[in-house]
Design a binder for this molecule. Structure first.
Ligand code: SAH
Ligand code: SF4
Length: 351
């Protein structure tokens, strides 16, 4: 790995207000001898007005801003690069305070503007088809580093507005569940994006799937399935050796879904590995009785990949079997491939 550690910009003596949850922010305000309504104003300016610094909070008097700036600050990820693809997809590379790097992707689709955010720098899960997996885990992101991707992207693209959030960028969200749950509280509660418009995707960490509804707001769940037998799934997704299909589906069946909601099953189609008509038929059987929809993602290749992308005809045949089996099955358009922004292509310049 190339070492590109940035100069550390933290100010240890000062409190990063972004690192505080709402109750912690209230305690901070109280401990600073300020009335509680200041906490509400801070929340508004940080999460809705996207203030970059305490000096930006013009609702506060100059004196108050100076007083607060003496003991606190607001961190922001640094925009290192912004790539725009021909189809309108954009990829942002952000540098964090300790020099780690993460990517997030903005995907315009008709009236939607979806932001795909990262939950970890790198990923420890080691799925063989995923470029992020090849990096290994650098570290978990803090809650504010997850939520800050939304704030930073919103600033960059204003006046356009982000309508949907997917946790499908770098990392396995359920391997960082505490920080992810707090970030989701901020995104839905403080930034006021409806949980219906937020989707968390997991490779299938079963105990954390059970924990999620107790810890986080009721966002949508997506499961990266990618195989219909334990043998194939074991070989492409090491997590399956710990949490095989039987356990994964038991957790999915018991998942407390909100009315009219479904679990999304993502299925990366790998040429000659999991793309046969038999696989499609098994998928129909596996999903029986689960309110579900399937997102088919033809493999997005990258340099040195050990898998191939099935041709369009094969993908359509696979979809047909699912549709005949009364499943909802969409083929995900691979957006932003030429800027390495499509599923599984995020490596934040680490390679
Ligand atoms: N770690 C979580 C969140 C990341 S989402 C998870 O795996 O669900 C990334 C999605 O992209 C997953 O559904 C994964 O199966 C898919 N993916 C990974 N590599 C891919 C590739 N090369 N081509 C297409 N999809 C890929
Ligand atoms: Fe991690 Fe998801 Fe990539 Fe697997 S697919 S390595 S879990 S980011």
């Amino acid at each position: 790995m190339k070492s590109r550690k940035a100069v550390v910009t933290t100010m240890p003596s000062k409190t990063n207000l972004k690192s505080l949850s709402k109750p912690e922010l209230e305690s901070f305000v109280k401990d600073s001898g300020l009335p509680l309504f200041r906490a509400k104003q801070l929340v508004h300016w940080i999460y809705e007005r996207h203030a970059l610094s305490i000096a930006d909070i013009t609702e506060f008097s100059k004196d108050l801003r100076e007083k607060l700036s003496g003991k606190a600050y607001l961190s922001s990820p640094e925009l290192v690069s912004r790539l725009v693809s021909e189809d309108g997809t954009e990829k942002f590379l952000f540098g964090l305070e300790d020099g780690e790097r993460i990517e997030c992707v903005l995907i315009p689709d008709e009236e939607r503007l979806t932001l795909c955010i990262s939950s970890q720098a790198g990923c420890a899960m080691g799925c063989r088809f995923c470029l992020t997996g090849r990096l290994g885990l650098k570290r978990n992101l803090f809650a504010h580093e997850i939520a800050d991707q939304v704030i930073a992207a919103a600033r960059i693209i204003a006046p356009r507005r982000i309508t949907n959030i997917v946790l499908m960028g770098m990392g396995e969200p359920l391997a960082n569940i505490e920080n992810v749950a707090e970030a989701l509280r901020r995104i839905t509660g403080l930034m006021k994006i409806s949980p219906r418009r937020v989707t968390l995707s997991t490779a299938g960490i079963v105990p954390a799937i059970r924990e999620l509804p107790k810890k986080a707001p009721p966002v949508n769940l997506a499961v990266s399935l990618n195989a219909t037998t334990d043998a194939v799934r074991n070989s492409v997704m090491p997590v399956n050796r710990t949490y095989p299909l039987g356990k994964l589906f038991e957790a999915c069946r018991k998942y407390p879904l909100q009315p009219r909601r479904k679990i999304t099953f993502e299925y990366v189609l790998l040429k000659d590995v999991n793309d046969s008509a038999g696989d499609a038929r098994r998928l129909v059987c596996l999903l029986k009785g689960i309110p579900s929809k399937v997102n088919l993602i033809p493999f997005n290749p990258y340099e040195g990949a050990e898998f191939g992308r099935p041709d369009d005809e094969r993908v359509l045949e696979f979809q047909q079997v699912l549709l005949k089996g009364s499943l909802t099955a969409l083929i995900r358009k691979s957006k932003g491939r030429e800027i390495q922004a499509a599923c599984g292509q995020l490596e934040a310049g680490y390679r």
